[in-house]
Ligand binder design. Sequence first.
Ligand code: ADP
Length: 398
Amino acid sequence: MSEKLILVLNCGSSSLKGAVIDSSNGDVLLSCLAEKLNLPDAFITFKINGEKERSELADEPNHTGAVGALLQELKKHGLDSRIAAIGHRVVMGGEAYSESVLIDDKVIEVIEQCSPLAPLHNPANLLGIRAAQAIFSGLPNVAVFDTSFHQTMPAHAYTYAVPRKYYREQGVRRYGFHGTSYRFVADETARFLGKDKKDLRMVIAHLGNGASVAAIANGESKDTSMGLTPLEGLVMGTRAGDLDAGILPYLAQSTGMDIQQLSDMLNKQSGLLGISELSNDCRAIEEAAEQGHEGALLALEVFSYRLAKYVAAMAVAAGGLDALVFTGGIGENSSLIRAKVVNYCAFLGLQLDEEKNLAARFGNAGVITADNGGAVAVVIPTNEELMIAQDTARLSGI
Ligand code: ADP
């Protein structure tokens, strides 16, 4: 099979993650992470053949500088001429895109137009696209949206019960995120279980620093827990997820916090960190909980209970449950959280197999419930970069 090397870029406001992936087999030939972009001490770290290298970006401490340094590194290893196309993670495609798309001027314009809905992400994604177009001129660029997979959600799932004019005039509706992961994991789950995905009613829990859950039936997203922004839904590392919106005016009045402070509180100081008063990191919380730390114990319980409630809600959206799927750093590794959630959901026919649950970790896929002929719970590792690389290869015609 001919080589299909794709450069995958994922740009944040002050960071850039990159990987060179062979889309025909998923091999990662090189990866990089640029940090502190737009600060004088910006730097980039490369990983290739198990070795790590670090370069300062002092001359051009921004996204363009990072992509330029990446090109130099690729040249050093003779990889530059082997890259066939570039795939970009783009967070928000609004209602314009229900699939990945080859980037042209019109696509850039639409990503720009969607920026007010994702002000932290889309402008950074555009910086990456423009830097790649300038530095790898002539190569095709593809946008892969976090939101596009969820464009199949029906209106009753994406409509907020606020005056309709805010949907019409401001685009206020539920969009959902983690779509690239859901698409990959839904396919992998069907393959792993030896079923056609059209015959599976799945609830997938993508549990990383950000966390969400989605209902997938007939291979399509029917509902998901994140909404207009990635703040809605589950308890996350530092995000609150669902709460009574009445808390906002209450706290504004009682503490004098303004909108920005309230937003920071909900996005950066809440979730596992806010409840435990210890850490946003699930592993650290589990370790503290083992020592009897009260905040950590409560944080794990609130996290698991909210997630279990959402699994049941998503089973409504999927029209039943054949497979509950865990993925993401927490979903793939935390047997404790999986056990709590599966036990809460026993009434859906799930029966935990403790041994199998403990065995599914470190990137191993596996069924974690007893074979009772009913619904199963399964761990399936995600690979968003590979999905982006595959879309990019397909749309670039290589
Ligand atoms: P991101 O959303 O940044 O991609 P990840 O998918 O890497 O995040 O997930 C990060 C989360 O996974 C962290 O909360 C981390 O503590 C958790 N995690 C990783 N390994 C384990 C483990 N062995 N047990 C519990 N949690 C873990």
